[in-house]
Design a protein around this ligand. Structure first.
Ligand SMILES: Cc1ncc(COP(=O)(O)O)c(C=O)c1O
Length: 334
């Protein structure tokens, strides 16, 4: 997408580290935009305040399968002449305005890593609507060899790398096409049923779809846990109690914008050359995301395979949460 050393890319912080490691690998600066706690996705109202003269792209993430607010993100991108890369790695068949996630920005990227809905061991895919941009992606993944509209000015006209997939992987992927939609429908049905069962439990706030989102992929089923409704039992105890009831669950991502790789990059020789002292100081000062921090403390995830179960399994999950809520006064806090 033409991101160069010294450029800046606006990224969602509630995500897997790979989302912004690629920005660092391009020697650019990932600038985090705070999260909307209700939808778990990038808050579009917080984007413009983070744009600088070096900003080149926005990287929203359809995290856990929940679509980001693409209309607003695309409108901001257009206004400021930025490109949009959708991280749809967790969002196979999720939809925004009835369009598949990954097809709404300039490019969309997907993962075939083993935890994903369409796995092949490892690997991924890039899709988009611009033939020219996709030709560049093709060249890039094939060591920079010319492809389509990428002119053959030499044997290797572009900087690139070997990201080629194997035929074996393609066969594994093709064989799963038959079940992909069926599984997605099962997850959707179970997720909606589960929400109807747990939404009225005090202190349990299920995810909300952003305006315009028409379907989540349910790579994970997320909700927020408000400990004040559970006798102040910390989330870690709540998770342990659910697990004791036989319900697998996790607390999800930590505040990635505070992870060690950020300081490691900012203090590196390269970044000190690429960015002024003043910019790096401002970056550190602004790298505070209160909504994202709170979400990282309150989120609870159920895994996608649980949503492939029967209705009875959803009842079991809901009953377990209710049981923990009813027994909250008996749980030890620390
Ligand atoms: C949101 C997100 N982005 C990016 C990635 C990276 O994908 P991969 O591991 O295929 O490189 C993953 C998962 O691994 C992910 O969950």
């Amino acid at each position: 997408m033409g991101i160069e050393a010294g450029d800046e890319v606006l990224v969602a912080p509630y995500t897997f580290i790979a989302t912004y490691n690629v920005v660092f690998l391009s020697n650019a600066l990932p600038v985090f935009v705070d999260t909307d706690q209700e939808t778990f996705t990038m808050n579009p109202d917080k984007i413009e305040e983070r744009i600088t003269e070096r900003t080149k792209a926005i990287l929203p993430v359809h995290i856990l399968g929940l679509p980001a607010d693409m209309d607003k993100i695309n409108a901001i991108a257009k206004k400021h002449n930025l490109v949009v890369l959708e991280d749809a790695c967790q969002a196979w068949l999720a939809e925004y305005n009835h369009k598949k996630c990954g097809t709404i920005g300039d490019l969309g990227c997907f993962s075939f890593q083993n935890s994903k809905h369409l796995p092949s061991g490892e690997g991924g895919a890039v899709i988009g609507n611009s033939d020219e941009l996709l030709d560049k992606c093709h060249s890039f993944h094939n060591c920079g060899r010319p492809y389509g509209s990428v002119k053959r000015t030499s044997n290797y006209p572009m900087r690139g790398s070997n990201r080629r997939m194997q035929e074996f992987q393609a066969v594994i992927l093709m064989s799963q096409m038959k079940r992909l939609q069926k599984d997605a429908d099962t997850r959707l049905e179970n997720a909606l049923y589960l929400t109807s069962k747990i939404k009225d439990i005090p202190g349990i706030i299920p995810y909300k779809l952003t305006d315009g989102a028409t379907r989540s992929a349910y790579h994970l089923y997320p909700f927020r846990y408000k400990k004040e409704f559970f006798n102040d039992i910390p989330r870690k105890k709540f998770l342990a109690a659910l697990k004791a009831e036989g319900i697998p669950c996790a607390g999800g991502y930590g505040p990635q914008n505070k992870d060690g790789l950020i300081e490691e990059a900012l203090t590196s020789r390269g970044y000190q050359r690429l960015f002024s002292k003043q910019r790096l100081k401002q970056y550190r000062e602004e790298n505070h995301l209160p909504n994202n921090d709170q979400l990282c403390q309150e989120a609870v995830w159920f895994f996608q395979n649980m949503l492939l179960g029967a209705k009875q399994d959803m009842d079991d999950i809901a009953n377990a949460i209710m049981k923990v809520h009813d027994g909250k006064d008996k749980l030890v806090k620390s």
